[in-house]
Each structure stands twice: as C-alpha cells, then as structure tokens.
Design a protein around this ligand. Sequence first.
Ligand SMILES: [Zn+2]
Length: 405
Amino acid sequence: MRVLFSAACVAALLAPTAAQASPAEEKSAVDQRVEELQAEHEGLSEELARVVAELEEAEEQLPDAEAAWEEAADELEEAQRKDDELAARLTSAENAQDDIREEISSGEDRIEESERAVVQVGRSAYRNSGVTSDLAMLVEMTQSENGIDGLARVDSAVRGQRRTLTQLGEQRSANLNNQDRLDAAADEVSELRDEAAEVLLEKETAESAARDAKDELDGLIERKDSAAKTIEDNRSSAEDELRRQKEEQDRLAEEVRKWEEDAERDGVPLPGDGELRNPAPGYPITSPFGWRTHPISGTRKLHTGTDFGVPCGNEVYAAGDGVVVSAGTAGGYGNRVVISHGKIKGQSISSTYNHNTRLLVGPGDTVGQGDPVALAGTTGSSTGCHLHFEVMQNGTYVDPMDWIS
Ligand SMILES: [Zn+2]
C-alpha cells in the first residue's frame, strides 16, 4: 500500500501542470501573437513584436510557475520531514537494540557468576567435610559428635544452593526473553532502514522536481525582466516615431484640406453625392480603424484607417469616382494615392491608399469607382503586404467602414 502511495507521489511530482504548454506550442503561440501585434501596429518590427509577445507570455505563465514551484517546495519539505522522522526512529530503534545487547551481556555475566557460586558452594561443602562424596559428606555430618549442628549445616547449604539455582534459572529465562526482544529490535531496525531508503528516493525525486520548478520560474522571470528592459530601452525612440507619424498624418490631412479648399475656390469639377465601395473586395480586414495603446511606447495612438490583407502586387481599386489629389511616396505611408470624391452628404470626402508597391495613377487624374489605382505592397512603415485604406471627412480621419457599403 505504501509503495503504491509512493509511486503516486512520484507520478504527481513528475506530471506537468495542465496549464503548461509544450515548447512547440509556446513557440507557435508567440509566433501567432507576433503576427497579431504586427497587424495591429503597422511598422512594429518583428524583433520588438517578439519581445512584447514574450513579455506577455512570461507574465501569463508566471502565476502557474510560481504555484508549481511552491507546490514542489512543499512536497520537498514533506519528504524532508519524513526523512528526518525516519532517521530519528531508526536512531531510537538502534539505541534500543544496543540497550538489549547490553542487558544480555550483563545477564550472561550474572549467569556466569551464579554458576561459579553453585560450583563454589559444592566445593566448599566437600572441603569442609573431608570426605569424597556428597552422600559420605552427609553421613559424616549426621554421625558426628555434634549431630544436630551437622544437620543444620547441611540444611543451610542446601537452601543456599537452591536459592542460587533458582536465581540462575530466572537469569537464564530473562536472557532468553531478551534474545527474543533483540530479534524483534533487529527486525524493526531492518524495516526502518528499508523505509528510509524508499523515503530517500522520494526526497531525491522531490528535490529534482523542486529544482526544475525553480529553474522554470527563474527562467521565466529572467525572460520577463529582459523583455521589459528591451521595451524600456526602446520606449523613447518609439515615442519619437509615433510623434513623427502623428505629425505626418496631420500634415497629410492638412494638405488634403488645403487641396479641397483650393479646388472649391478654383471651381475644379468634382463628383458629388456618390457613395464609396470596398477598395479591396474579397480580402480580409486585418486591422480595423481605431485607438490602441502602443506596446512599446505605452501611449495611445489612432490607427487612421482600415487594413486589408491584400497580397503584394494585387490591384487596389478606387473606392469612388474622384480626382487624384496626390500620388507618390509619403514617408511612413510608403507609396500613397489620395483621391478626392467631392461632397458626399454635405461632407468633403477623400480616400487614401497606402504602402503600395506601384502606383497606377498620377496627380490630377480623374478616376472612376472600381478603377485600379495601385498594386498593393509593403512600402513605408509596414511589415507585411497589405492595403492601409483611409477615409477623410473634412480633412479628419474617420472610420472607413462607416463609408463603404
Ligand atoms: Zn493600417
């Protein structure tokens, strides 16, 4: 029964906790998170995205690793306690064994002494009588002048001898009894030694499990600290980059506003009251418009458009009829096309197409809804082929999905 229990204990120590993923699963989870982060934050380098993913992962795994380490430490403490307890029991059993051995040895001394006493009494009686046999001695004693005295001496000698013989018998039986006790003590010592050997194995297993759990925990903490430090080291440059991006967005929006003002003043013919359509029909949205917290700078930034997962080289289409405001490279936006659609529902509406490999239109061109305007790419601040599509309402970035049907 105890052996079964020990085996279960060892199995419990060796079994990984349910929350632990295999290294391969962890790798793919990190890879997946890197992709997500890069989709969510255009221009975030793979290296930094990986650091962020590893930090998140380490933070997520830390509570389980701490719990596993605490559990392993408790198991080790329990194994240590059992080991100590058995050692104490073993020492006490061995001491008891020594005590019994000593009792037996002094018992044997007493037996020897009694045996010598019996022989001594016999010899002394023989010497005093001066005859050659016990019978002759008795006859001699009873027949002497002083017959009564002689009988009394014989009686006393016999009684003394009987006492000694009784003692001797008692000592011999006590020694036999002690021998039984010694055998039982030896059995106990041997059992305790077996048990101690087993507990020692349990303790060694617990020690190894505790060491592994500690290594795992230390590794996680080290990875977490190292990732946090890398993020901290990159924080200010990320802040600068975001500031530059924001300035660029504002400048480009201002350019569009200015262009619209000039166009209105100069009477440039613009389509009106049309409607916008999806510039990348059939492709998935990989990142929506909206505010998000940058994982490196920790500051909030607006994702000014909707990202579509268009492979590099595939055509991107004009969302509506319009005039090309600009077509060229624009810093972080890469190769960019801006189209003014004139007034829709009383609002000046323009759309932009960014990160393209190649542009198919030039400034001032008139385009119709659905005309190819560029080939998708990953130029500028981008880490994968996609279309970053924006809609500006009176020169302000708005959610494109509110405008395309
Ligand atoms: Zn985007």
